[in-house]
Design a protein around this ligand. Sequence first.
Ligand code: ZN
Length: 91
Amino acid sequence: MTKNTGRPERRHRIVARKPVTVMVREKLVCPYCGNDEEFFEVAENAYVVVHFLQNEDGTFVPMEENMEITGVVKFYCGRCQADLSHLRDRL
Ligand SMILES: [Zn+2]
């Protein structure tokens, strides 16, 4: 009986361990007034294209809106209007 000279069959068993990462998002809180609910963004130099469809009666229905922001996007607290842009990357 001859030994099998072919390529040895290699069987690798890959055990894929799914990383158990629990996403715990720290709430963003305004450091000035403690607000953690209301925020707003102001985009500078935004180019907005809205496509309308005109109805028979002359009214318009917005179909699609495309926005391209070329400027800075600032992020503000909705209560005290503090500039929280430095916290925005956590969003
Ligand atoms: Zn605030």
